[in-house]
Every structure is written in structure tokens, then in C-alpha cells.
Design a protein around this ligand. Structure first.
Ligand SMILES: Nc1ncnc2c1ncn2[C@@H]1O[C@H](COP(=O)(O)OP(=O)(O)OP(=O)(O)O)[C@@H](O)[C@H]1O
Length: 260
């Protein structure tokens, strides 16, 4: 059994056109840990994921995998995006084979079976549902036996039921393959359902790093709600402070504060 990748970010900064987007990020992730990144739109979540994936480079700081500093694409890391990015002119199985350095049809079939698409190998992508296309993308990522999986809002475009099925599948695959997972999601419930640890990114900084020590599979009991609410409270805290400041300054509540 391959072990997940250990990752450390040391003082990572990222700027676009001299505008800082990530500020001095320090983060350590253990092999096989399942970590969710949440936060407001524009906070820098996807940028962080792109830096870890090697698709972009940091302005300064170090990325270390298994004690070795690294830059660029890492061959043990695979990324899944919101859109499946599968090629419409290739069959499902041929799309999966794209994930391998040395094509191995037996292995592709094995992974398609794991994601519940054993009967779809010869199908064309346009005949699949959105959820099935994401399963193909997951199979293409898994076929290379990655040691780390990066997920950027992979379930954001799916309906509620398909989303639950995919969450379960991702959790099952993580249990079987034991890779490290970093998932960006807007959905706090999804983060608490899946992750060992939830990291909140606000204005390019880590505003919260919380462990979720709940048994799996997770059920929405009072403990679950406690973690979900704690994250939500922290999520909205800056807005509340801003409203208080507005109130102190003007003596009246702003329209946005009274609306919430
Ligand atoms: N290639 C780029 N060039 C210039 N600015 C960028 C680029 N990519 C991202 N940004 C800016 O960096 C900031 C963070 O973007 P990022 O996509 O990482 O945020 P996010 O938290 O993932 O947002 P969302 O939840 O909406 O996807 C934003 O202000 C965005 O406009």
C-alpha cells in the first residue's frame, strides 16, 4: 500500500501584478490526511491549490513534499476540477488511460469498476451525466495511484443527491488508496462531512485551522452541528465586526447589516 504524501508550506506568498493574494502561509499536512479549505470567494483558496499542484509558482516561500523542496508538477499529485475536463473525442476508457504514463487497459477497467462505471468503458463522454463525467475524471486521477489528490470544488456543479454519492465515493477511494487529500469547497457541510481538518482562508491568510475528530461515516448529529456552526461563526465573524464598526461610526446599522 502506498502512503500519502506529506506536505509542508513554508512562508508561502503569492502576488499577481504586485497585488498580494496569499500572505506568509505556513501549513503542514500529514500523509493520508483529508484537509478541506473553505472561505469566501476571492480569498485565495484556488490559488493555494494551484501552487501545491505546481500549475503556478509561488512569489516566495517553499513547498516541501516528504522532506524534499519541490517546484513544478509533482508526478505523485493529481488534480480534479469543477469541470471534468475529459476529452469528448475519446471513449471513457481511453480518457482514463490518459492518466497513465504506460497505458494499461486492465488497470483502467479496475479503476472504472471502483468508481462504479464498469459498464461505461466504451461509452462516449456526451452520453454520460455530469456525475458520471466526474467519476471518469476521478478514475483518470486514481489510475496513476497518486499519493496526493487535489480537488478544486469538484462537486460544485452537481445536484444534491449526486453530490452526496460523489462525497461517499471520494471518501471510499481515500480509505482504499490512503492518499493525502486537499479539497477546496464552498460547502461547510461538505467540509465537515469529509475532512479531518478544516482550514479557513480569509484575505489570503489562514484564519482558522480546526480538527474534526468525528467518527466516519459522519452523521449530522449534535457534534456535527457543533463543528459546522463553529466554522460558520468564524466565517461570518469579520462581517459582524465590520457591521459593529459601521454602527459605532454612524450610529445606525448599515443596510447590509439589517438585512442579515
Ligand atoms: N491569474 C490571475 N491573475 C490575476 N489575479 C488573479 C489570478 N488568479 C486569481 N487572481 C486573484 O487572486 C484572488 C484570489 O483568487 P482565488 O481564485 O484563489 O480565490 P478563491 O478563494 O478560490 O475564490 P473562489 O471561491 O471564487 O474560487 C482574487 O482576487 C483573484 O481575482
Amino acid at each position: 500500500m502506498r502512503q500519502g504524501l506529506r506536505m509542508r508550506l513554508d512562508d508561502i506568498c503569492k502576488e499577481y501584478d504586485n497585488q498580494p493574494v496569499l500572505h506568509n502561509i505556513d501549513l503542514s499536512i500529514e500523509p493520508g490526511e483529508f484537509v478541506a479549505i473553505v472561505g469566501r470567494s476571492g480569498g485565495g483558496k484556488s490559488t493555494l491549490l494551484r501552487l501545491v499542484s505546481g500549475l503556478e509558482s509561488a512569489s516566495s516561500g517553499k513547498i516541501v513534499f516528504d522532506e524534499t523542496e519541490h517546484s513544478g508538477i509533482h508526478h505523485d499529485i493529481r488534480v480534479l476540477f469543477q469541470e471534468s475536463r475529459i476529452l469528448p473525442w475519446k471513449t471513457v476508457e481511453d480518457n482514463v488511460l490518459l492518466g497513465m504514463e504506460k497505458p494499461d487497459r486492465r488497470r483502467a477497467k479496475e479503476v472504472l469498476t471502483q468508481v462504479g462505471l464498469e459498464s461505461k468503458g466504451e461509452s462516449w463522454p456526451h452520453t454520460l451525466s455530469g456525475g458520471q463525467r466526474q467519476r471518469v475524471a476521478l478514475a483518470r486521477a486514481l489510475v496513476a495511484a497518486p499519493k496526493m489528490l487535489l480537488l478544486d470544488e469538484p462537486l460544485g456543479a452537481l445536484d444534491a443527491l449526486t453530490k452526496l454519492e460523489m462525497q461517499r465515493l471520494i471518501e471510499d477511494m481515500w480509505k482504499i488508496h490512503q492518499f493525502t487529500v486537499l479539497i477546496v469547497t464552498h460547502d461547510i457541510q461538505e467540509a465537515v462531512t469529509l475532512a479531518d481538518r478544516v482550514i479557513l482562508i480569509e484575505h489570503g491568510m489562514i484564519a482558522m485551522d480546526m480538527r474534526i475528530p468525528l467518527d466516519r461515516p459522519r452523521v449530522k448529529d449534535t457534534q456535527f452541528l457543533y463543528y459546522e456552526n463553529t466554522i460558520l461563526e468564524r466565517f461570518f465573524a469579520p462581517t459582524v465586526e465590520q457591521h459593529s464598526l459601521d454602527f459605532i461610526k454612524s450610529g445606525t446599522l448599515s443596510a447590509s447589516a439589517t438585512a442579515t
